[in-house]
Design a protein around this ligand. Structure first.
Ligand code: 5GP
Length: 139
């Protein structure tokens, strides 16, 4: 299903372009958590990261640090978060993959509620067995 980001990619809706190449587009977030809050998206229309092609992921991996450097230079920020939400319960509102680059200035930026548990050895083994089986099946 088409999202607002498809309309941004097609130019139907305007955006403040930060960067583009054949596979990646980047623009300022319309409701920034802090000054310089920037979004980085693949042109490929997929909702979640695990659905993306290797080509899109590689292109994002190449562009992301470059765009981070531009955000830091433009804002003077030294610290930042990269946020990437997958699924509505995980706070995804736009169902086209996007990475947030959010500069952190004192109170401005991303607030993180982090409630860590404790990794149990037996569960770690079970997780690794399932993950390794899946990874080897992907080749
Ligand atoms: P999510 O919660 O899905 O990770 O974040 C979606 C982000 O997209 C939000 O930070 C929101 O402000 C941004 N956003 C939604 N619609 C538009 C738009 O039309 N233009 C721009 N530039 N950003 C948008």
């Amino acid at each position: 299903m088409a999202t607002i980001f498809d309309k941004i990619l097609s130019g139907e809706i305007p955006s403040h372009k930060v960067y583009e190449d054949d596979l990646v587009y980047s623009f300022l977030d319309i409701n920034p958590l802090s000054r310089g809050h920037t979004l980085v998206i693949p042109r490929e229309a997929k909702a979640r990261v695990h659905e993306l092609s290797d080509e899109s992921c590689a292109a994002i991996g190449r562009a992301l640090p470059r765009i981070c450097r531009a955000v830091l230079k433009a804002t003077g920020a030294e610290d930042y978060n990269i946020l990437q939400n997958n699924g509505a319960p995980a706070h995804q509102a736009v169902f086209h993959v996007h990475f947030h680059i959010i500069p952190k200035f004192n109170d401005a930026g991303l607030g993180v509620g982090w409630k860590p548990g404790s990794l149990q050895a037996q569960d770690a083994e079970a997780l690794l067995a399932a993950m390794h089986e899946h990874l080897s099946s992907e080749g």
